[in-house]
Design a protein. Structure first.
Length: 462
């Protein structure tokens, strides 16, 4: 059975996949929004610093730029603080002039690149290399200061990328932890919801198992409205099935009694006649009685294995049958061995059917045994098996299958109609079981009746 064959597994897998996909998309969206916010906020801060610097720039008598007041952010005065500015003059040939360059104290003895490429990742900021090739984000503006000659200046404001990216990394780490915790909480809630939501179906399964094992005749208990309709309909079907089986058995019994009465009268009438016709009548009446019993037992078997069967103790039935056989075959002085017949093994079905099946097999063993009949029962691997052995003459190899055919008799001199083992086969098959014959360790015949347990995944001999 595959993992996804159950409804609970399918719902769980589907929900977990959806939760993971939803949280991944949500995490990606939140991280992108936060990154966009942080970078653009830093770009705005650089623009503010840039505007403040532009307001403080003047030209001296040689048209060289000068700043008459320090900027308010103290990081511009701390060496290699990560926040820098630089002012460059642009010559008439549109090239940067090293003469007259101004820099913030934070740059120490380094110079910002004058040629910059726009970053592919962030349109508002440009990526440059700063002191010790540390990556920077920078903004740049070109201005003209009025003098006798217009002097173009290039002003650059830069900040270390680490200052911008560290909060993003910290936020991403916290976000991942939070999303993992949220995922664990959601999956736990889903598991709890599935358990509570599907719990009525587990109770329903146990109720059906109790019916099959004969512990109850109906599905009991209160269920949610969606399931209660199914339970009510199923109980109604069980009731109809039980009434139908009982009606069929009653009608068959009535028919059997109705037929037996005239057959008995005919037999009594022919018993006192020595003619060949009387002998023929007695033989045919005897055959007719066997046919009536045979079909009556088949009618009983229609309920075999049906839902709502009884739970019958095998040892009790066998011991009752052996007491009858001891009286019936008293002249043979048979020794019955039940040492391997536990009293805690049960047959899930009708007690009359078990009497018919086991009774016919034990009766057959008593007819052919020399002195001993062994009856045992066991339950293992999902199967219940009843074994009857004798120490008679046994059978030839081709007779082990033939004895279960209707009307077959291995010895015409031994009383019988050849229907007993065929009735056994019919009833056992109706219960989904199997019957077989094989040589016994006692020297005679061994008949094994195996019943398929409801919880086992395969049938006997499969």
């Amino acid at each position: 059975m595959s993992f996804l064959s159950s409804l609970r597994s399918r719902l769980l897998v589907g929900t977990v996949i959806w939760v993971i996909v939803a949280l991944v998309l949500a995490g990606w969206g939140l991280q992108s929004l936060f990154k966009h916010h942080v970078i653009h906020q830093q770009a705005d801060n650089l623009q503010i610093h840039l505007n403040q610097l532009i307001a403080l720039v003047t030209l001296d008598e040689k048209d060289n730029p000068q700043v008459f007041q320090d900027l308010t952010d103290p990081r511009f005065n701390a060496p290699l603080s990560g926040l820098y500015w630089q002012i460059d003059r642009i010559g008439q040939d549109r090239k940067i002039m090293a003469e007259g360059r101004l820099r913030s104290r934070s740059l120490w003895d380094t110079v910002l690149p004058t040629e910059m490429h726009v970053s592919r990742d962030e349109a508002d900021l440009q990526a440059v290399n700063g002191p010790d090739n540390v990556p920077l984000f920078a903004v740049r503006r070109m201005i003209l200061l009025s003098s006798q000659n217009e002097v173009p200046l290039q002003i650059t404001m830069a900040v270390e990328q680490k200052i911008v990216l560290e909060p993003i990394a910290q936020f991403t780490k916290i976000l991942i932890i939070a999303l993992f915790m949220l995922a664990a909480g959601l999956i736990t809630a889903v598991c709890l919801q599935l358990y509570l939501g599907l719990r009525p179906f587990e109770r329903l399964r146990k109720g059906l198992a109790n019916i099959h094992e004969g512990k109850t005749a109906r599905i009991e208990g209160n269920y949610p409205a969606e399931v209660q309709l199914l339970v009510s309909d199923f109980n109604a079907v069980l009731s109809l099935n039980e009434k139908g089986v009982e009606r069929a058995r009653t009608q068959a019994s009535n028919l059997a009694h109705a037929i037996k009465t005239p057959l008995t009268i005919i037999t009594n009438a022919a018993r006192h006649e020595p003619s060949e016709l009387a002998v023929l009548v007695k033989e045919q009446v005897k055959t007719a009685l066997h046919q009536v019993n045979y079909h009556l037992n088949r009618t009983h078997g229609k309920g075999a294995g049906s839902i709502g069967g009884a739970r019958v103790n095998i040892a009790d039935v066998v011991n009752g049958l052996l007491r009858v056989m001891q009286r019936l075959y008293a002249e043979k002085n048979i020794s019955f061995d039940t040492a391997h017949l536990p009293d805690d093994i049960f047959f899930m079905g009708d007690e009359r059917d078990l009497h018919e099946m086991v009774g016919n097999v034990i009766d057959n063993a008593c007819k052919w045994t020399a002195s001993r009949v062994l009856v045992s029962a066991s339950s293992h691997g999902g199967f219940t098996e009843i074994v009857v052995e004798d120490n008679g003459r046994g059978l030839s190899a081709d007779e082990y299958e033939r004895i279960f055919r209707r009307g077959v008799r291995t010895d015409e001199n031994t009383p019988g109609s050849g229907l007993g083992l065929d009735i056994v086969r019919e009833l056992v098959t109706a219960y989904g079981g199997q019957v077989r014959a094989e040589p016994s360790a006692l020297g005679g015949l061994k008949v094994c009746i195996t019943f398929f347990a409801s919880h086992s995944p395969q049938r006997p001999g499969a």
